[in-house]
Design a protein around this ligand. Structure first.
Ligand code: ATP
Ligand code: MG
Length: 490
């Protein structure tokens, strides 16, 4: 390739040569550093300042070496290989980063014979605003990445699962085994039995521990948003949503673990899509033509009776069997009373460190007996809530049965709002309106009342189970069970 100026009159050629010469010298003088490499990216020349910056007291010591051996992260090899300049770039160094320009050097035939690089920062103050903007954005990115990585790390380990009863030891044994394997894990068990804790421990104990653990609480996200939440969306894929597009949880979890909490609440169409992703290991974000590979390990959890949901046609049997490979049943607290003492003490320890004035709580024997005589429908979570309240109002650090009794059974499911009289009267009115027959016994009356009360509350919340549970102060899982037991339509 001939240069455009090949045919210039001799005098003009001289000006041009001077221009090139002075351009080089100007850059050389004003730049933080200049260096030249040959066609094999070996250093041919480097100015003193630049050589010194990279630890060569004498520039001669750098001559003949590979460019990367002199300037780590140098991209001069790319320039000599492609023959294309990199006009503006940022070179990370172990001191502050440098703004650099890299230009190929060509012979008369257009062959790349080398390249010249200038580090512009420091002298070219005009670049400072751009550069400080870059630095700030870079800092923010690092901070955000760190906090995200923190959030996506397992919060609990197997050690966090307190309990040495045979049932607890068996659960831990199964969970440890699951951590060694790659197949999906299904965690079953009543509310508050530690399913989430186990999911974290399994991820944290697996080969994927250094990769993200991403959680989707299926019950907490409206059905209409779930698909995007899972698979993401291309920019502008749907109206009213992020214009920039959205990265789905599957993609975020790539290489790591996706924890699907409350999987029993997944709408049927999405169950089909999930099954396909589990089979094909790839998917397309909404509205995009992009295929995303998903190397994701699934841990699913639910307190619902999945088999009953399958039988009722609300959960796909094929998805159930796909997930039901390594199934772990977290035992109810009442099935491992032997753990109550250790659990209670672990919790009191934690509460003591949180309490002001360094209080140290102790359980009297009668208090422990009381804890062991209760059925704990809300399991470990309920035990925690109970102790927390008792401790908050305790006069003494030695907690006996009398101090504890008012709180046992009052904290079920974490919700503690009393029945609201208006809601009761609504239910009563509904009862009268339907002309329901007089119930035969107290328990029938209570059941009839409860069914109406729940139906009303659900209707008032547009059928949203989570909102209803919060409003009436009942645990979600309990509400789900009652809906199934009474056959309430939602
Ligand atoms: N074995 C255990 N040792 C110590 N803490 C536990 C144990 N099991 C549960 N917990 C604690 O009890 C609370 C509830 O546990 P977790 O959220 O894991 O239950 P879950 O089974 O996921 O409940 P849900 O079905 O309601 O979501 C958490 O604070 C957790 O740390
Ligand atoms: Mg949970």
């Amino acid at each position: 390739m001939m240069n455009d100026w090949a045919g210039l009159p001799a005098a003009y050629g001289d000006v041009l040569r001077r221009a090139m010469d002075s351009l080089f010298r100007t850059f050389e003088n004003f730049s933080e550093g200049t260096f030249i490499v040959d066609a094999d990216a070996r250093v041919v020349w480097i100015n003193k300042r630049y050589a010194a910056r990279f630890g060569f007291a004498d520039p001669e010591q750098a001559i003949g070496r590979d460019c990367e051996a002199v300037i780590p992260n140098s991209l001069m090899r790319e320039v000599v290989t492609t023959g294309k300049p990199i006009l503006l770039d940022i070179l990370e160094t172990d001191r502050e980063p440098l703004v650099v320009t890299r230009l190929p050097l060509k012979d008369d035939a257009g062959q790349t014979v080398g390249a010249v690089g200038f580090a512009l920062f420091d002298e070219l103050k005009a670049l400072t605003p751009l550069f400080s903007h870059y630095s700030r954005v870079q800092q923010e990115l690092i901070a955000t990445r760190q906090s995200l990585a923190q959030a996506r790390r397992a919060k609990y380990t197997f050690g966090s699962f307190v309990g040495t009863s045979p049932a607890s030891l068996e659960v831990k044994r199964q969970a440890r085994r699951a951590a060694q394997l790659e197949s999906p894990v299904l965690l079953l068990g009543e509310t508050g039995t530690g399913k989430e804790l186990l999911a974290h421990a399994i991820h944290g104990g697996s080969a994927r521990a250094n990769q993200p653990l991403v959680t989707v609480n299926v019950a907490a996200i409206p059905d209409s948003l779930l698909e995007v939440e899972f698979f993401g969306a291309a920019p502008g894929a749907y109206t009213g949503a992020d214009r920039k597009g959205r990265v789905g949880k599957f993609e975020l979890a790539n290489g790591g673990t996706l924890f699907l909490d409350e999987i029993g609440d997944m709408p049927l169409p999405l169950q089909g899509k999930l099954l396909r992703v589990l089979q094909d290991k790839e998917f397309e974000p909404l509205g995009s033509n992009r295929i995303v590979r998903a190397d994701v390990r699934i841990i699913a959890a639910t307190s619902a009776d999945l088999l009953a949901l399958v039988a009722a046609g609300r959960f796909r049997a094929d998805l159930f069997y796909r997930l039901n490979v390594l199934t772990i049943h977290a035992p109810a607290l009442r099935e491992r009373l032997a753990d109550i003492e250790a659990l209670a003490y672990a919790m009191l320890e934690e509460l003591s460190t949180q309490a002001r004035g360094g209080r140290h709580f102790e359980l009297q024997d009668d208090a422990l007996r009381l804890l062991c005589s209760y059925a704990w429908p809300g399991n470990v979570r309920e035990l925690r809530n109970t102790l927390e309240r008792a401790v908050m109002l305790a006069d003494s650090e030695r907690i006996d049965a009398r101090a504890l009794a008012p709180f046992v059974g009052s904290a079920q499911g974490g919700g503690h709002r009393p029945y609201v009289p208006e809601a009761v009267s609504v239910a009563r009115a509904a009862n009268e309106a339907t002309g329901a027959p007089e119930p035969a016994s107290w328990s029938d009356a209570m059941a009839a009342f409860e069914k109406r009360f729940l139906s009303e509350a659900l209707r008032a919340n547009g059928g949203r189970v989570i909102n209803t549970a919060t409003q009436i102060g009942m645990g979600r899982a309990t509400l789900y069970k009652k809906i199934a037991a009474y056959g309430i339509e939602v």
